[in-house]
Design a protein around this ligand. Structure first.
Ligand SMILES: [Zn+2]
Ligand SMILES: [Zn+2]
Length: 320
């Protein structure tokens, strides 16, 4: 049976937002699937490491801890970050993602340090792993679980347009690749009979895990600092605004963009002729917002209307 058939039964979270914005769906069941897969693979890989005494396989188990961490971040994003604004958090809850991701990044660092220390110890006093073939079979089985869950998450992420699910799927897929590298290395240990190689494999995996943690922290700090979104996000907004600009009559300024979770938030000033009625100005602004959201459905727009000929309208360009 197609596993997505059951988990795919998502329900819409009711939000008081305008009909222009589609209410977010509760996709947290996928995060729970991911957490279950991570716990299963950690158990299998840790058992394989214990059985063989291989630090290479132990590093692979530590890498699965990173999966667990990524799945928990995904759950927080899908469950908390998506909540609509309330009295206590009037801009919504999207930054929960970064707060948790920084904590998790630090945890990943600790896991990596643990692996690197174990690997260095084994480099100094090498120990030959035992029963490597059994350990390898168990680890391959664990990687197969990761691969299958990654496939389910990617399908759901594409269908629902969820960046959190796609990121988690990508993470699991990367893990399958690094696990394969570790397994090839440990397989060579068995073939060559070199205990030093086992420690070298673990050291490489440990450094790779540390790099993952560093990237996670760097991205989260960028999000907390309201770093401007990369890629085409800004260019797409400017394109839409240019279509509405009319020399001397209609203009936009103080266009600012920030990103939180999988949503982007734009703030801008809309400059129109001062003789326009409030209704005309508002109708025009609503059209501009509709066009912006049509280009980027995950964009939330807040606009400030001002008369184009009034010098006061230009005093606030630098105000944040
Ligand atoms: Zn309005
Ligand atoms: Zn202004």
């Amino acid at each position: 049976m197609d596993p997505t058939a059951v988990i795919g039964k998502t329900r819409a979270v009711s939000t008081p937002s305008s009909p222009r914005y589609t209410p977010p769906k509760d996709l947290s069941a996928y995060a729970w699937l991911s957490i279950g897969a991570a716990v299963t693979t950690i158990a299998l890989k840790a058992f394989a490491a214990w059985l063989t005494g291989s630090v290479g396989l132990l590093s692979d188990a530590a890498e699965s801890v990173v999966n667990l961490v990524a799945a928990v971040v995904a759950l927080i994003v899908l469950k908390i970050a998506i909540r609509p604004a309330d009295d206590d958090h009037q801009f919504g809850h999207s930054k929960a993602e970064y707060f948790s991701a920084i904590t998790e990044g630090v945890m990943i660092f600790v896991a990596a340090a643990f692996i690197i220390i174990s690997a260095v110890e084994r480099l100094i006093t090498p120990v030959m792993p035992e029963q490597l073939s059994v350990g390898l079979i168990i680890s391959v089985g664990a990687s197969a679980v990761n691969g299958a869950v990654s496939w389910v998450l990617r399908r759901a992420g594409r269908r629902e347009g969820s960046a959190a699910l796609l990121a988690d799927a990508k993470h699991l897929a990367t893990d399958v690749v690094t696990s394969a590298a570790v397994l090839v290395g440990v397989g060579l240990v068995a073939l060559v009979g070199s205990p030093v190689l086992d420690a070298v494999v673990a050291l490489g995996a440990g450094l790779n895990i540390m790099w993952t943690g560093f990237k996670l922290i760097r991205e989260s700090v960028g999000g907390l600092m309201d770093a401007a979104p990369g890629g085409q996000a800004q260019a797409r907004i400017e394109e839409v605004l240019d279509e509405h600009r009319r020399a001397g009559r209609i203009d936009f300024h103080a266009v600012r963009l920030r990103e939180a979770g999988n949503r982007r938030f734009a703030h801008l000033h809309v400059l129109v002729p001062g003789e326009w009625s409030v209704k005309r100005g508002h109708d025009f602004t609503e059209r501009v917002i509709d066009d912006l959201v049509a280009v980027d459905p995950n964009l939330r727009v807040s606009a400030h209307l001002e008369p184009i000929e009034d010098p006061k309208s230009y005093e606030d360009v630098e105000d944040v």
